[in-house]
Write a protein that binds this ligand. Structure first.
Ligand code: F6P
Length: 377
């Protein structure tokens, strides 16, 4: 009998999700498999819409080919709280088999989506995970789908920011995404020559940032860039440094529960380093970009492998498959180990220290500015 697979995208959207859907659709069709697109992540499996087509509809390769390099995710996405409920999971697994006759499911998403997939595996659903998240925070794989694109967006933006910083001789704080993983920040800093990087993997101290920036300014570099991973703010030794008092004294009102942010850092640097500083949060621009060649090719290979695995391989009991990259090649491992592997990938502390300590070598222009006492605001 003809087989039917389902596919969904779940969690934060990431560039390359559509390319992976196209890849699965094309190869499934070539193998004679019917493919159903499930909309809005796991929500599409809850059977809540009055019109079933709002949740699950057939995907033919010719109808999805145009989405290959489309931004966002064509299938839509969501985070699904109900998927933590055991009864809901039982019902979804039963419906997948008896109502939708789906023999295998491809899930494109991050760690939360993988855990949902594992819960379905335990109920006998055959699942394959493709790591779709810009954060690169799944330790079993060297790269997640969308990470390369997000880094390229950041590098492009930081290069532009550094150009305007140079024009004005003023430093800039740039916040990038990554959740609790500093990979986007690190790669962006390396590729752009940023002078300071702050990541959740390393404790940091605002007084060191001030010291480092002052050193740079003294050497003629009044245009340094500080790259910060979004969730590293709380890892700074903020209690030790009276930033609220400093800002309030200078007319910037900060409430007791206001968290420290890139804008606050720019203000602190302004007063502590006696220089105008600016801040930019790159935010969702990183998620909505067109996939790079790397991500598009990864999506193609991952989609192809997902169909192969569902057709030809049998996972261990209560387990499924997770696709990733190892030694630069697309491979598959156990979904359970991918979903539950919580030890972080080793962080390259040496590289981090090098970025944050590389000396600035003044150029002729800088020496003139220093001599004229002109590098400050
Ligand atoms: O996981 C991807 C990600 O973009 C993170 O980098 C970010 O912290 C989070 O999603 C934002 O999620 P939301 O779409 O729920 O605002």
């Amino acid at each position: 009998m003809r087989k039917t697979f389902g596919i969904l995208t779940s969690g934060g959207d990431s560039p390359g999700m559509n390319a992976a859907v196209v890849s699965v659709a094309r190869y499934a069709e070539q193998c004679g498999v019917k493919l159903m697109g499930i909309r809005r992540g796991y929500n599409g499996l809850l059977g809540k819409s009055e019109n079933e087509l709002n949740d699950i509809r057939q995907l033919r390769s010719e109808t999805v080919l145009d989405i290959l390099d489309m931004r966002g995710t064509y299938l839509r996405t969501a985070r699904c709280e109900e998927f933590f409920d055991e009864d809901v999971l039982d019902k979804v697994a039963e419906d997948l088999e008896k109502k939708h006759h789906i023999d295998g499911l491809v899930i494109i998403g991050g760690d939360g989506s993988y855990r949902g997939a594992l819960d379905l595996c335990k109920r006998g659903v055959r699942c394959v995970g493709i790591p779709g998240t810009i954060d690169n925070d799944l330790p079993y794989t060297e790269a997640t789908l969308g990470y390369d694109t997000a880094v390229n967006v950041c590098v492009d933006a930081v290069r532009s920011i550094r150009a305007t910083s140079r024009s004005h001789d003023r430093p800039h704080v740039v916040e990038v995404m990554g959740r609790r993983c500093g990979d986007i920040a690190m790669r962006t800093a390396i590729a752009t020559g940023a002078e300071i990087v702050i990541v959740p993997e390393m404790k940091w101290d605002l007084r060191d940032v001030i010291r480092r920036l002052n050193e740079q300014i003294t050497n003629g570099n009044a245009r340094a860039t500080v790259i910060v991973c979004e969730n590293a703010w709380e890892d700074g030794n903020m209690a030790e440094y009276p930033w609220r008092e400093l800002l309030c004294k200078n007319g910037i009102c900060v409430h007791g529960d206001t968290p420290f942010s890139s804008r606050h850092m720019a203000h602190v640097l302004k007063y502590e380093c006696d220089i105008e500083a600016r801040a930019t949060v790159l935010g969702y621009t990183q998620r909505g970009a067109i996939p790079t060649a790397y991500d598009s090719a990864f999506a193609f290979e991952a989609g192809h492998l997902a169909v192969e695995l569902l057709l030809n391989e049998t996972p261990a009991e209560n387990d499924g498959f997770a696709i990733g990259v190892r030694d630069g090649r697309v491979f598959h491992s156990s979904l359970r180990s991918a979903a539950l592997k919580i030890d972080p990938r080793p962080f390259n502390e040496k590289l981090y220290n090098t970025i944050n300590t590389l000396p600035y070598l003044p150029r002729e222009d800088d020496l003139i500015l220093i001599a004229a006492g002109n590098v400050k605001k």
